[in-house]
Design a protein around this ligand. Structure first.
Ligand code: FAD
Length: 464
């Protein structure tokens, strides 16, 4: 067996920091959002510029070592780090250039949604983005990108105008509707399969200076009624109404009455992409569900809406997630979900029903790799807990949701929301037709599967 050495000549070509196990900072640099992941790369390259990305792709090709790409490090399956391979950390790449007149922005691959929103909202503009500020724009956009603005403006990837990509053969190529349109099609939903994206150009939209946002909570014994009423409310809601219904454990926060803290509750996250006075009118039916135990819905800037879920999702917790698309939220699914939630740990874990529709469904299914635009809801079962002692019970709880959701789900669902990986799983997520088109694209851009540490679309050569 040949031993691959990464000597100083191999590593001296980078302008950014290069860290091996002996270097201070190595342990911090290999850490990801999900504490379940504990991988030790042979080398971590912290890219300083596009040249470093091209050099890292060349090094991966020359050595054949596993090659992991990290944007914001939020992928729950932990593909952004690898054992005994090369980890390319893009997080130092932070440049953001907003063009307010054209309503566009170009952001580098290490930017997260907190940084992105701060830059664009300075001009009263935004695009559909992740609901937790520390999530990276890179993995989220490539994997579809779901956010509070999606019923008005489509998914994040629907707002992508172009991207600069380093392909497996080391070329820097531009992908847009006009240049390399096949690659551009696959980048929007197909994940990190086709190259390393160094920057993303997005379409921006005006957001009101203040929106209405927040959360309503009721005791758990009202869950059946609240979920049914929320379903009816969303059936007639205009695109500006966004949010989700949630089964969760009430946090020990000052706004929660002491008797509910640490108890299972049912909640509605309510966001209106509208001026607060219009939002009040839109939310009137929600408040008619009966007096909530907690009502912290109020006017706030878009950046505060984007931070609403941050306190419940700090880095360093243990995570295992599943998600599926469902065409409807029927009574049987509601009742089974409530039974499942009764067995949920008193942790950060949560079950979410997140309404889709609006602009998502109006965009042509052919326009990019995103599947199942007609789905009405994303159902999430999110395990998130604080200590290894809870891991066995939490993992078993999320796994048991798989058979529960099976009869209700349709093909599709962003791969970004799932911890599970594997060819069968990826194929089902895209459906046969789109999967075949993605395999052909993989054959063209990465026939040797250099980019395989991801929700992998295997090229034909790796299938025989
Ligand atoms: C707390 C939390 C909240 C979330 N909220 C949302 C949400 O609201 N909406 C939503 O849609 N998703 C959400 N997600 C899921 C999120 O979109 C995915 O985890 C996504 O992969 C995160 O991107 P990242 O860059 O932070 O992750 P990373 O782990 O860095 O990257 C994930 C994968 O993407 C690929 N990748 C990353 N950067 C590049 C690049 N520049 N070029 C090529 N490939 C690349 C790699 O394969 C990598 O393994 C959330 C996740 C967490 C943990």
């Amino acid at each position: 067996m040949t031993t691959i050495t990464l000597d100083s000549a191999a590593l001296g070509r980078f302008e950014g920091d290069v860290l091996t196990q002996e270097d201070p900072g190595y342990d911090d640099a290999r850490k990801l959002f999900n504490a379940m992941i504990d991988r030790r790369p042979r080398v971590i390259i912290r890219a300083a510029n596009t040249h470093d990305v091209i050099a890292a792709v060349a090094l991966a090709r020359e050595t054949g070592l596993p090659f992991a790409i990290k944007g914001g490090g939020h992928g729950v399956n932990g593909h952004a780090a690898c054992d005994d391979g090369i980890m390319l950390d893009l997080s130092p790449l932070k440049r953001i250039a907003v063009d307010p007149a054209a309503r566009t922005v170009i952001a580098e691959a290490g930017v997260n949604w907190g940084e992105f929103d701060a830059a664009t909202t300075a001009h009263g503009l935004a695009t559909t983005g992740g609901r937790v500020t520390t999530t990276g724009i890179a993995g989220l956009t490539l994997g579809t990108g779901s956010g509070w603005l999606e019923r008005v403006h489509g998914y994040t990837a629907d707002n992508l105008i172009s991207a600069d990509v380093v392909t497996a053969d080391g070329r820097l190529v531009h992908a847009s509707e006009d240049e390399n349109p096949d690659l551009f099609w696959g980048l929007r939903g197909g994940g990190g399969n086709f190259g390393v994206v160094v920057n993303f150009e997005y379409r921006l939209h005006e957001v009101p200076p203040l929106l209405l946002g927040g959360m309503l909570l009721w005791p758990f014994d009202r869950a059946g009624e609240v979920l049914r009423r929320y379903r009816e409310f969303m059936e007639d809601a205009p695109d500006e109404v966004s949010g989700a219904a949630a089964l969760l454990t009430a946090p020990p926060a000052p706004f929660v009455p002491p008797e509910l803290q640490g108890q299972h509750v049912v909640g509605v996250i309510a966001i209106a992409v509208a001026a607060p006075e219009d939002g009040e009118e839109l939310f009137r039916p929600l408040r008619e569900f009966g007096p909530p135990a907690v009502d912290i819905v109020g006017p706030m800037p878009y950046t505060a809406v984007q931070q609403l879920l941050d306190p419940g999702n700090p880095p360093g917790l243990y995570n295992y997630w599943k998600a599926e698309l469902v065409p409807e939220l029927g009574d049987e699914l509601i009742d089974l979900s409530i039974e499942h939630a009764e067995r949920m740990g008193r942790s950060h874990s949560v079950m979410l029903f997140q309404p889709l529709g609006g602009e998502i469904g109006r965009i042509s299914d052919d326009s990019n790799a995103i599947t199942a635009r007609h789905a009405a809801w994303t159902a999430h079962c999110i395990g998130e807990w604080e200590t290894p002692a809870e891991s066995e019970a939490e993992l078993a709880w999320v796994k048991a949701w798989g058979p529960l959701i099976e009869p209700f789900k349709i093909a599709g669902a962003p791969l970004t929301f799932r911890a599970d990986t594997g060819d069968e799983h990826v194929r089902r997520a895209f459906g046969e037709e789109k999967h075949a088109r993605l395999v052909a694209l993989k054959d063209k851009y990465d026939p040797e599967n250099l980019f395989r540490l991801n929700q992998n679309i295997k090229p034909s050569a790796a299938r025989s």
